[in-house]
Ligand binder design. Structure first.
Ligand SMILES: [Fe+2]
Ligand SMILES: [Fe+2]
Length: 498
């Protein structure tokens, strides 16, 4: 991920970003590389904080990571300091969201926890910072016990240490703080999501490298996900709107698994069957491991020939599964998920069939979940994402043709007719994100929302509001006036679920 050549250029010519036109391809590339360096800085800070816990100030390992971190800071800091900001449990480099690769998820979460525990909203490093400052900062940072000390105690410590070029900022009230219990469940859900992404990543990597994959870990994660879904479906489904992982396939696989389990649950599957379904859904695109990465990641439109190649992934999925698990060991649901997910309800999709075919329930569930996630996310075949409510409308227009009509109706109960993740303008002129569907079918158009901006459009960490609730006079307190297209404004509602 690191690019020494780019680092060298940036060190050599710090005015480079100013010389390259905004919006140009070169600028995009440079911005991307700067974000890579930002993620690298988080990595290095994480290692530094770990290293200073076990070694003293003169240790070579400490010096090594201090030197490397200072180099990154000096590369990134031009006239202005480098600022790592924490907002709503996401890290930013300045104003740019730092995306994490599946390898970095645990590191990012741990680093975020260490900032959260100390009430830190941002750390800035200026180009004047020296090795001695960073080393002192790290030791003072870990010496402050979050259980007993406040942000001000840490600030005082840094001042006493005469540290130059590093500053910390306190987390503001704008940052989302939810109730402790709610937070615990959310944390559990998020951890599971992260584990699932990692498990998919590992299996797909093994398959790509021709090693026997270990499905056991993936199965354990799916079992836990099923248990959470049975308790609190919207919390996990909310995570499907997160778009913070750079490996689209891993992200998509986990989302499809969660949506399939939720739908299977509505269709009356018992727990064990839900686990099988979730696991099958997690690997429905396994065939893509046999398709060249540069074709999958291609940014231009596909040619007819390339589409042909992509379409084989459904058949390749079954072949891979048979090869990996053996014909007698292969669960039917896994084969069905891989083979049938692009077939369409009327069998008009692919692979082309040369004999009569009866679709399995797994396949029909997968068609709905796969299509919903693909259309609402931005990465599938590089198409622009479509707002969740519009996706549902489009899917209903093809009910009974592309999708099983009964399952589609059940699916709406999972995500809501105003689906989770939508951005809604209320008659109070406040803006809100849909966080769960209404508990009652009669009030399906009145989901639970979280207020995110006040009447004047200022961002707020607002309360959760049940739009189906009435005031003492029997009138609804608030209603949705219209849905705002969050994808048009590139507004990432996913962060409200993290
Ligand atoms: Fe697929
Ligand atoms: Fe898919």
């Amino acid at each position: 991920m690191e690019d020494p050549a780019l680092q060298a250029i940036l060190i050599h010519d710090k005015s480079l970003p100013g010389k390259i036109a905004e919006g140009s391809e070169a600028r995009d590339l440079l911005d991307q590389q700067i974000l890579v360096l930002g993620a690298q800085l988080v990595n290095q800070l994480h290692i530094l904080l770990k290293t200073v816990r076990i070694h003293d100030r003169t240790n070579a390992a400490v010096n090594q990571v201090v030197d490397a971190t200072v180099t990154t800071v000096k590369t990134l800091a031009r006239d202005n300091p480098v600022v790592i900001r924490l907002q709503n449990d996401f890290l930013y480099l300045g104003d740019a969201h730092l995306k994490m690769g599946s390898q970095q998820v645990a590191i990012f979460l741990e680093f975020i926890d260490s900032l959260n525990a100390r009430g830190i909203g941002a750390i800035s490093f200026s180009a004047e910072m020296q090795e001695v400052d960073l080393r002192e900062f790290a030791y003072r940072f870990i010496s402050v016990d979050p259980a007993t000390c406040t942000f001000d105690d840490l600030k005082r410590q840094l001042k006493e240490g005469e540290i130059h070029g590093i500053d910390i900022e306190e987390a503001t009230s704008l940052m989302i703080r939810v109730g402790q219990k709610n937070k615990q469940l959310k944390n559990l859900a998020k951890q599971l999501y992260v584990k699932a992404v990692a498990a998919v990543g590992e299996v797909l990597q093994s398959v790509r490298e021709g090693r026997a994959p270990n499905f056991r870990q993936a199965k354990r994660v799916v079992q836990n996900m099923v248990d959470v879904i049975l308790q609190d479906e919207p919390t996990l489904l909310g995570l499907t709107t997160l778009r913070c992982y750079d490996e689209y396939t891993h992200n998509h696989s986990v989302n499809v698994s969660l949506l399939s389990v939720a739908l299977g649950n509505r269709a009356g599957y018992p727990r064990e069957a839900l686990v099988d379904l979730g696991l099958a859904a997690l690997f429905h695109d396994l065939g893509k491991t046999s398709i060249p990465q540069d074709l999958l990641n291609k940014s231009e439109e596909f040619t007819d020939e390339e589409w042909e190649k992509l379409r084989i992934h459904a058949t390749l999925g079954v072949i891979n599964l048979v090869r990996l698990r053996g014909l007698t060991n292969l669960p039917g649901r896994m084969a069905a998920a891989a083979f049938e997910h692009h077939l369409n309800y009327d069998l008009s999709g692919y692979p082309t069939l040369s004999m009569p075919w009866e679709l399995s329930l797994t396949g029909r569930i997968l068609m709905v979940a796969d299509c919903y996630d693909s259309m609402t996310s931005s990465r599938v075949y590089r198409r622009d994402p479509i707002a969740p409510n519009k996706v549902l409308t489009m899917m209903f227009a093809k009910s009974g043709i592309l999708y099983d009509p009964v399952l589609l109706k059940l699916f709406v109960n999972c995500v809501g007719i105003i689906p989770i993740g939508c951005l809604a303008l209320l008659d109070s002129h406040e803006l809100a994100v849909v966080i769960r569907p209404s508990a009652n079918r009669q009030t399906a158009a009145r989901p639970c929302v979280k207020l995110i901006s006040d009447r004047s459009g200022n961002p707020i960490d607002g309360p959760e509001v049940d739009l189906a609730e009435k005031d003492p006079d029997g009138r609804f307190k608030c209603s949705v006036v219209r849905l705002v297209d969050n994808t048009e404004y590139r507004f990432d509602t996913g962060r409200y679920f993290a």
